[in-house]
Design a protein around this ligand. Sequence first.
Ligand SMILES: *Cc1c(COP(=O)(O)O)cnc(C)c1O
Length: 427
Amino acid sequence: MTTIHRQHCITLDATDPLAALREQFTLPDDLIYLDGNSLGALPRATPVRVQQVMSDEWGEGLIRSWNTAGWIDLPRRVGNKIARLVGAAPDELVVTDSTSINLYKVLSAALAITRADAPQRRVIVSERENFPTDLYMAQSLAAQYGMQLVLVEKGQALSRLRDDVAVLLLTQVNYRSGALHDMAAVTAAAHAAGVLTVWDLAHSAGAVPVDLNGAQADFAIGCGYKYLNGGPGAPAFVWVHARHVNRVEQPLSGWHGHAAPFVFTPGYQPAQGIARYLCGTPTLLSLAALDCGVDTVLAAEPLGGMQALRRKSLALSDLFIRLVQEQLSAHPITVATPLDAAQRGSQVSLTFDGDGYAVMQALIARGVIGDFRAGDKARGDPDLLRFGFTPLYLRHVDVFDAVQTLRDILDSGTWREARFARKGAVT
Ligand SMILES: *Cc1c(COP(=O)(O)O)cnc(C)c1O
């Protein structure tokens, strides 16, 4: 293996066709941010826009802004922008509520469809290592519908799709390992087995090219504050394939999902199309911030769009993996993410045989921000150090410097200092 030099990374940055996209963000100096998979960075446009919404649209326009500033239409307009990133058609996707709540809506709708079409199918299949909120929501719905949630180990979902299964609920990119499901292949296999699919795109939207219609997926939801850079607590999105969307109602029948919300009738009539997945009044300030975040991803469209972002994302994660293998071989570190780029999202996770939490704290103290996820010890799951590679604002030299810093911390043993073992409220 040839040694990778810092100068080589600087050269890669100088010829990177996406390099200028970094200018869209406000990032602190002397900080390498490898946690855009948990909370995307702040776009420069966002404070200006939110300030303008507050002072002009709210302060001056007041209630009139629902019409004059187009507030009422913003869930649909921002939804149409996200649709371009995930292979959805115009007016098939809206921004609303949180990922957890949207999951509740689509999983309920999927169960209502199977209850009508194939009532003998009474099992929801998901992966044990799926993100907990997805599993908790599925547990609640399984209890309400008198169904069973079956959790399988990774790679085992397709072999569990027997004739008792109603819905397969998967997160396309696993939040722990960064492993990527082939949405088209898994959906085709599910349909062949008579099973509907619900896809969580929390770590896909803005990170990997997604083609919901091309894959014939059934339902999808996703997160606004990760790779879409919408800001803390940004609203989420929801998509339903056209063949299902008007078939069933979703259970959270709020007034914004009504066919005519401003007629104020006492009886609920769902809107046609994806608008029926809206619920209550949109969170306008957060939605305006998300609009700016989504624009930072759409800014790559003239440069090759999601395909170009994917190429750079994989170049960064490949570089990281090679540097870890080259520089850290003296330490008990292993790469827990698939080495095959085609099976990887936009993050790389490492295991460390020792106090991984302290190692991450020591890294953060040196200005390299990733995060730590504890594993389920009873199941033999390892603790993970997670590093997200957002191609919009990361440089190759950042990857080099991050690994160098990690090497310093491990070589010197500074991670053993007592101050790095203390846990904050959020890990
Ligand atoms: C981040 C994430 C969520 C977040 O859901 P919230 O409702 O925003 O808390 C849900 N599912 C997955 C798979 C995630 O990675």
